[in-house]
Design a binder for this molecule. Structure first.
Ligand code: UDP
Ligand code: MG
Length: 148
C-alpha cells in the first residue's frame, strides 16, 4: 500500500443519525480519493476479528455489540501520507479531546460511539482493507479496477 492509502468505517451510530454524506464531504474536501466503498453490516464473529487486538480490554464486548448494531460504511481512501493525515482529520478517540473541525469532534457521541474508524499504520490499513474488499472492488484514479 506504500503509505498512500488508509481504511475507514463510518460507524453504526453515524450511519443511523444520517451523517454518511457529511462525513464523506469532509473526507473528500480534505483531499482523499475514494478507492473502494460499501455499506455493509458486521456480524459478531467479524467484529470480534476486526477488533481482535482489543479482545482483552474492558470495553471489548460493548464495542462488538455497538459495531454489530447496524450497518456501517467501509472505504479505502487514498492521499499522500494517508494514515497519518486521516488520523488527524478524525481527531482523538475520545471526542472530548478531539480538536475543533475534526470528524469526531463534530459527529461523535461518546468514546465508544465516536463516528468513524481510521487505521493506525500502513500495515493495519492494508489488513483492514483486505478484510472488507477484494481487489476487483478497488478503483484507481482513472476509474479502472486494480489488478490483484
Ligand atoms: N473504545 C471504547 N472505549 C475505550 C477505548 C476505545 O469504546 O475506552 C472504542 C472506540 O469506538 C474506539 C475503538 O474502541 O474507536 C478502538 O479503540 P482504539 O484505541 O483503537 O481507538 P481508535 O484507533 O479508534 O482511535
Ligand atoms: Mg485503533
Amino acid at each position: 500500500m506504500s503509505g498512500n492509502r488508509t481504511f475507514t468505517m463510518i460507524k453504526p451510530v453515524a450511519v443511523k443519525n444520517g451523517h454518511i454524506g457529511h462525513i464523506l464531504n469532509k473526507i473528500t474536501d480534505a483531499g482523499f480519493r475514494i478507492v473502494a466503498m460499501k455499506m455493509t453490516k458486521l456480524c459478531v464473529t467479524r467484529a470480534k476479528a476486526f477488533y481482535g487486538v482489543h479482545n482483552d480490554k474492558p470495553f471489548f464486548e460493548d464495542l462488538v455489540k455497538f459495531m454489530t448494531s447496524g450497518p456501517i460504511v467501509a472505504a479505502i481512501l487514498e492521499k499522500e501520507n494517508a494514515v497519518e493525515d486521516y488520523r488527524k482529520l478524525i481527531g482523538a478517540t475520545n471526542p472530548e479531546k478531539a480538536e475543533e473541525g475534526t470528524i469526531r469532534k463534530e459527529f461523535a457521541i461518546s468514546m465508544q460511539e465516536n463516528a468513524v474508524h481510521g487505521s493506525d499504520s500502513d500495515e493495519n490499513a492494508e489488513m483492514e482493507s483486505n478484510f472488507f474488499f477484494s481487489f476487483d472492488e478497488r478503483y484507481n484514479q482513472d476509474g479502472f479496477e486494480e489488478l490483484g
